[in-house]
Write a protein that binds this ligand. Structure first.
Ligand SMILES: *[C@@H]1O[C@H](CO)[C@@H](O)[C@H](O)[C@H]1NC(C)=O
Ligand SMILES: *[C@@H]1O[C@H](CO)[C@@H](O)[C@H](O)[C@H]1NC(C)=O
Ligand SMILES: *[C@@H]1O[C@H](CO)[C@@H](O)[C@H](O)[C@H]1NC(C)=O
Ligand SMILES: *[C@@H]1O[C@H](CO)[C@@H](O)[C@H](O)[C@H]1NC(C)=O
Ligand SMILES: *[C@@H]1O[C@H](CO)[C@@H](O)[C@H](O)[C@H]1NC(C)=O
Ligand SMILES: *[C@@H]1O[C@H](CO)[C@@H](O)[C@H](O)[C@H]1NC(C)=O
Ligand SMILES: *[C@@H]1O[C@H](CO)[C@@H](O)[C@H](O)[C@H]1NC(C)=O
Ligand SMILES: *[C@@H]1O[C@H](CO)[C@@H](O)[C@H](O)[C@H]1NC(C)=O
Length: 558
């Protein structure tokens, strides 16, 4: 009786609402399946629920053709805004072969707060079509608004992907299709074409040295899954492994990929962590097996927690994770592989309230090659009150010297910095040098073994940030002298963004440094490769790496 009554009340309530169909996402280009109507906000056609395609079946074709390996701009419309204050949602674009469920993430974008719900906004994303022919592939767009009561919205478009070899050379140059009228993208592409024309015989190359490859982790909040990706200089982000942990506070809830709780692997008696593990951003190293090693956080949100985790960069798999025995409870800022002993050196800051912070260099090692790894403190210096902004750390493997770049907390614009040099033979702070940042500021350093020098690229000073020119910089590890080697790129192309450093970013066999830059005119990236000995520079195709973390340069082992 009661439930009948409630049912009746609810029904009446719904019927009393003004008749309007809430509507949310339409895929414009390539055009979505079925009908299309974006003439006004609230179009019923944009209101489709149900994975994967909002209940729309594929037509029988023929489908619009895309070229394997080429860039296109995908355009969609948020036809109604459901921004959720405090828990904003997002939209993403992915591709899969028809009839499969292996979606490869192409783009995602966070929701915008526009206050009014009745709001139409077009979004476009530059994406790289996978380098694989496909007679029937599906491009899927989703909008998950996080708004209570709103399910995820779906649209799909059917496409055919053709082999690039059918095109003549001129038209195989990367291009934006005519479907985009976006002035910013056009300007970005024009500028990039100009840069490429400065490069001799520019042909998009996946990577300058066939033995090297860039690897990282991509994350879409929609899937809550971290993907292992291959990033190539012809602009591709190729997924080849998936893990069900999160990334940098973005916790996974996906149980599909069988990453069993690592807490249980080596220590069955440990307590259940308060949350699922997540991989920490901006801390990574590459070991001599060419595996990537990072740190997983697997405890409560409010406590530092550190677990060792190792990934196979060839298979795209997770190999080990291990609790760190004798962990001292301080978060690691940096980790670096040490070829001398096959273990890892860590760096952490440890509080000493009245005097500043102590700098601690540690060692993560294994006994008899068996996990768990054990932490051991090697060097403690300080306290240091001012130079407490950890920025980057690299190792001179032969000399067993560790270089740590630290910024001055009180000069956020001038960016005063020091290099602390630790001698791992005597386990002592060897030297501390103040860097000359009058003309060049930077937030990472790489050690080039053949030259015995540190290198980086710099956008100049903070005051030049609206229009930075980028310069290859050499830093003398003994004196700290900062010498500009060659201007890499003129003003007006890229932003003054300090986040583009790549782990193990110098190919030691050739002296080519890899660095990610952010375009000025579009929210996308270009990877610059700088040949240090010959002072030559190449620029990759445009690629959006906003969702890629912990990018590292790795070797192929043959
Ligand atoms: C889609 O195809 C299925 C099975 O062929 C059919 O049952 C369903 O009615 C179709 N849906 C639409 C919207 O045409
Ligand atoms: C979105 O793009 C379509 C197709 O180019 C265009 O007709 C429409 O005016 C655009 N809408 C908005 C709100 O920009
Ligand atoms: C790049 O990706 C970010 C989010 O990952 C998105 O906000 C942005 O619109 C994308 N840019 C382009 C040009 O596709
Ligand atoms: C990564 O990209 C390189 C260069 O295109 C390619 O040779 C290699 O096979 C790719 N690896 C994977 C795992 O996709
Ligand atoms: C790539 O590796 C192979 C095998 O180790 C080596 O013979 C070759 O010289 C390397 N190529 C480059 C460009 O380093
Ligand atoms: C803090 O620094 C002072 C001065 O160097 C030192 O005497 C003291 O032992 C340090 N305290 C801790 C807890 O490390
Ligand atoms: C910085 O640049 C100015 C102007 O080009 C030059 O005079 C000065 O010597 C430079 N300073 C250093 C330390 O190189
Ligand atoms: C630049 O590209 C050419 C081929 O296009 C290649 O031979 C060269 O090694 C590349 N140099 C760098 C620094 O990437």
């Amino acid at each position: 009786m009661t439930s009948m009554y409630i049912f009746f009340v609810c029904l009446s309530f719904i019927l009393l609402l003004p008749v309007r169909i809430d509507s949310h996402l339409c895929l414009i280009e390539p055009r979505q399946r079925g009908d299309m109507d974006i003439s006004q906000g609230g179009s019923g056609i944009c209101f489709r629920h149900g994975s994967p395609c909002g209940g729309q079946n594929a037509s029988s074709g023929p489908y619009p053709k895309l070229v394997a390996g080429k860039q296109v701009v995908i355009t969609w419309q948020q036809n109604f805004n459901h921004y959720t204050v405090g828990y904003p949602g997002y939209m993403d674009i992915a591709i899969a072969e028809y009839g499969t469920d292996t979606w490869q993430l192409l783009a995602f974008t966070p929701d915008d707060y526009v206050y009014a719900q009745d709001h139409q906004q077009n979004y476009s994303a530059i994406v790289n079509i996978p380098k694989k022919e496909c007679i029937h592939c599906v491009i899927r767009a989703r909008y998950n608004s996080h708004k209570p009561g709103e399910d995820t919205f779906y649209q799909c478009a059917d496409v055919t992907i053709e082999d690039a070899s059918i095109l003549r050379y001129e038209s195989s140059r990367p291009h934006l299709p005519l479907m985009s009228d976006d002035k910013k993208y056009k300007s970005a592409v024009r500028k990039l074409n100009k840069l490429h024309s400065l490069q001799n015989n520019h042909i998009p190359q996946p990577i300058p040295n066939v033995n090297m490859s860039m690897r990282g982790f991509s994350y879409s909040p929609m899937d809550k899954t971290v993907n292992f990706v291959n990033v190539t200089l012809d602009g591709h982000v190729i997924t080849f492994g998936q893990f069900n942990f999160g990334l940098n506070f973005k916790v996974s809830t996906n149980k599909k990929y069988g990453f069993s709780n690592p807490m249980y692997i080596y220590d069955k008696d440990s307590t259940i962590p308060a949350m699922e593990p997540y991989l920490l951003d901006s801390i990574m190293t590459v070991n001599s097996f060419n595996n990537m090693v990072g740190i997983l956080h697997a405890g409560s949100m409010d406590e530092p927690s550190a677990m060792y985790v190792e990934f196979d960069t060839h298979q795209g798999t997770w190999i080990y994770s291990s609790l760190i025995s004798k962990y001292d409870g301080y978060p690691y800022n940096g980790i670096v592989f040490n070829e001398n002993n096959g273990f890892y050196n860590t760096f952490s800051l440890q509080g000493n309230n009245s005097h500043g912070y102590e700098f601690v260099v540690g060692l993560l090692y294994l006994v008899d090659g068996t996990f768990p790894c054990i932490y051991k403190e090697l060097i403690r210096t300080g306290p240091e009150p001012l130079y407490v902004n950890y920025q980057w750390m690299v190792m001179d493997q032969k000399g067993q010297r560790l270089f740590v770049l630290m910024g001055n907390e009180n000069t956020p614009d001038k960016l005063n910095a020091r290099i602390y040099r630790f001698d791992l033979k005597s386990n002592k702070l060897d030297k501390m040098v103040e860097l000359d940042v009058d003309n060049y500021t930077f937030m990472s350093i790489h050690y080039f073994e053949k030259e015995g020098k540190l290198y980086t690229i710099s956008p100049g000073t903070w005051s030049e940030r609206s229009s930075p020119k980028w310069t290859l910089i050499e830093v003398d590890p003994v004196t700290g002298k900062v010498t500009p080697i060659r201007q890499i790129i003129d003003r007006n192309y890229f932003r003054a963004w300090y986040g583009g450093s790549v782990f193990s970013g110098i190919d030691q066999s050739t002296g080519v440094m890899y660095h990610v830059l952010k375009l000025k005119d579009a929210d996308a990236n270009v990877i610059v490769t700088v040949d240090i000995p010959n002072q030559k520079v190449n620029y990759s195709e445009m690629v959006n790496l906003s969702h890629v973390y912990n990018l590292a340069l790795t070797k192929y082992l043959v």
